[in-house]
Design a binder for this molecule. Structure first.
Ligand SMILES: [Zn+2]
Length: 285
């Protein structure tokens, strides 16, 4: 199994130590490949889709112009949830992000916001309709790349490498359960420095200074599984890291998993292209 490691002189014990024993051991013991890393998110997506279909039957018609789906039946619990989320279903929230990103790609200058007006509107409370976990990279600003969405719309968690650590997961749970945001996007981006650093640890044994090494630890098992699987090692790891993050939310948060199973929340991994401005939503990982 570790022919690749042996041929390149990689020290398996060191990698396991670097990656955090449990995480790396899990990846190594299961022989997890890049494809296997993707599987849970795929399953999560299918589960979300399946339940999403149920949820649609209980949705009230949305008031927004782009949300054209109407549904006959309306369950009281779902209707109450709809009111709290501003009438957006997970599917409609995803469509809104897609549309915003299309506007951003086609005419970024048109994405202006009336901040003063929105600030007054939101003083009494927030009802964000999407949660976005993404990288701190200064070129990956969700409020801009999703078409100039303004105050009070996106609930954003950012760190280098869009790592799903405890604070990220807790913030996601808060956004989904208490703020009732119907969509969670885990978005990596091309040419990510944090992911590239994790890849260097795995591929070259690079030792990272300070807290950076600890920070990228959750990416190491993902990078390890992607090693030698693609000519674009960093790009593949970026993609797998987003997919893995989405899958881990389902595995590690019973709160969010329950909301997904009820059809109230959908989780979607994504990759942002910093050159073209396009966001690829990974629907079938
Ligand atoms: Zn990055």
């Amino acid at each position: 199994m570790c022919l690749d490691c042996e041929t390149t002189g990689l020290n398996r014990r060191k990698l396991m130590k670097l990656a955090g024993f449990g995480l790396a051991a899990g990846a190594l013991a299961s022989g997890a490949s890049a494809n296997e890393q993707k599987k849970p998110a795929h399953e999560a997506e299918q589960a979300a889709d399946a339940h999403g279909a149920d949820a649609h039957a209980a949705e009230a018609p949305a008031s927004e112009g782009h949300a054209t789906e109407t549904h006959a039946a309306e369950a009281p619990a779902a209707a109450a949830h709809e009111a709290e989320t501003g009438g957006l279903t997970p599917k409609q929230a995803l469509s809104k992000l897609r549309e915003g990103n299309r506007r951003f790609v086609e005419d970024a200058n048109a994405c202006a916001s009336n901040l003063a007006h929105r600030r007054e509107e939101l003083a009494g409370g927030q009802h964000p309709w999407a949660i976005v976990l993404t990288c701190s990279d200064s070129r990956v600003t969700p409020e801009l790349i999703f078409g100039g969405v303004t105050l009070g719309e996106l609930f954003v968690i950012r760190n280098a490498g869009n790592v799903l650590d405890t604070s990220a997961l807790g913030t996601i749970e808060y956004g989904a359960e208490h703020l009732h945001a119907p969509l969670i996007v885990v978005m990596g981006h091309k040419k990510c420095g944090a992911v590239a650093a994790a890849c260097d640890v795995v591929q070259k044994g690079t030792e990272l200074d300070g807290s950076i090494g600890k920070m990228v630890q959750p990416i190491l098992p993902v990078a390890l599984a992607a090693l030698f699987k693609s000519e674009d090692f960093v790009g593949q790891t970026v993609r797998n890291n987003a997919v893995s993050g989405a899958a881990r939310i389902m595995r590690e948060s019973p709160i969010v998993a329950h909301l997904v199973e009820e059809g109230k929340v959908r989780i979607v991994p994504a990759v942002y292209d910093i050159e073209t401005g396009e966001v690829e939503f990974i629907s079938k990982a």
